[in-house]
Ligand binder design. Sequence first.
Ligand code: FES
Ligand code: FES
Length: 184
Amino acid sequence: MEISTHQEPFIYVNDKRYEITRDCDPEMSLNDFLRDTLNLKGTKVMCREAGCGCCTVCAVYKHPATGEIESKPVNSCVTPLYSAAGWHIVTIEGIGGRSQSAGYHPIQASLADGFGSQCGYCSPGFVMSAYSQLRDNPKATKLEVEHFFDGNICRCTGYRPILDSMKSFACDAGKAGGCLEVEA
Ligand code: FES
Ligand code: FES
């Protein structure tokens, strides 16, 4: 996975590099860039104020102090595109899908199989929150997994099936074989 060490006018999205051109609107958000410029509509948008989490994507970057590669969920609606220069962004399209040879990512499949999605508008945000945090902490406990979703709101399914689906990835979920590998 390509990650830049310096602030450069480039951004990586799902393993492709894109230039952030000089004529780019300085107020353009990462969400605008993903949805309107790259036509990646799997990342949703609703409140535009970091309140609902439906716009969550995974940002992979090198920590400036430790040099460690980290991944964190970010609200793309309030992330200026320029501030994401040098990051590698992973969107819901980047981890799996119906038309992809590898099929759905285990987190996507678990949410669907566990009846954790009705209208589906919140689902990419929940999946990308889990994906981002399990990349950093693959041995998360059920309690830690529950805290992954402090910034995600679902309006129609209810949280029990969502949390049950997501907690299946926790190390103390009682599965034979321990942690499930989610970083495909
Ligand atoms: S659109 Fe609601 S948090 Fe970004
Ligand atoms: S499934 Fe409809 S908002 Fe969550």
